[in-house]
Design a binder for this molecule. Sequence first.
Ligand code: C2E
Ligand code: MG
Ligand code: MG
Ligand code: MG
Length: 287
Amino acid sequence: YAKRQGRDQFCVYTDAMTHEAHDLIYKSAGIRRALENDEFELLFQPQFDIVAPTIIGAEALIRWNHPELGQLSPDAFLDVAEQTGLILDIDDWVFKQVAALVSEWKSQGFNLDGISFSVNFSGRKFFEPGLGKQLDDVIAMYDCSATQLVLEITERDMMSRFDLSAATIKDLRKRGYRVSIDDFGTGYSSLASLKNLPADTIKLDRSFILDIVTSDRDLAIVKSVMTLAEELGLSVVAEGVETQDQVDSLISIDCQYAQGYHFAYPLREDQWMLLLSAYNNALPRTS
Ligand code: C2E
Ligand code: MG
Ligand code: MG
Ligand code: MG
């Protein structure tokens, strides 16, 4: 292992140390360096109103442009970040970066009216005391308002501390942020618990969308979530939509919002703004 250590990296390797522990230290040093050296990047995956059809926003998805390993997906480093608490620094970076980019795009003359930006938060970040005030302080530095931002927390994380989640969601919404429950359907909340969820949106996990065309049961499940969500005033975004047939099924049960490779992959900043401009005709004002 010693060979893999950079000159100035922390190394406390002993025979007793497990491979996993060593790996954790090695990788967390890498994440710290990545934060310092600006190796993280946000991609933006467009979200659509499939009835209109129009682009309604985008979800920011982090990537690590690793100097040796190339571009890494969140799967490759979020676990370690969670275990070491570095996820808090990552989530802070992501939120600030989104606020900065929104502000920058506006200053370039792009019209972002009606376009919202979704940011993924870890449970740890979401449950930090004083989160709302913290976020307000960040956006105050930029030309970005709370009403343009959607904060995503997974159903699993939300269910792990339901009462705290509900209180946090209330506070965030009072400040103008919208809150979305990510990967909905995988976190073992009963449909009944939706009643006590003061969120704005649920994102239906892609495992429910996968067989929606061929399985009547899957379609029925999605349909019942739609019905209940509507009664509770929640909007629903279908995740992981990959085919036109899935789009047709979704439209047939009045699911209006969707995201997935069928429409667009997560895009680099410039590509995302090009697509938005072309699609919604929000070309930069020239005056
Ligand atoms: P997520 O928030 O549920 O994001 C959706 C994931 O599904 C993304 O993977 C996206 O690239 C992928 N995806 C989108 N459309 C399709 C599709 O049609 N088919 C398939 N098979 N996949 C699709 P990604 O970017 O690898 O992110 C994975 C997870 O990592 C995210 O799941 C989210 O939980 C987490 N994550 C991503 N960015 C951040 C971040 O900035 N902060 C935090 N805390 N977590 C993040
Ligand atoms: Mg998400
Ligand atoms: Mg999701
Ligand atoms: Mg996920």
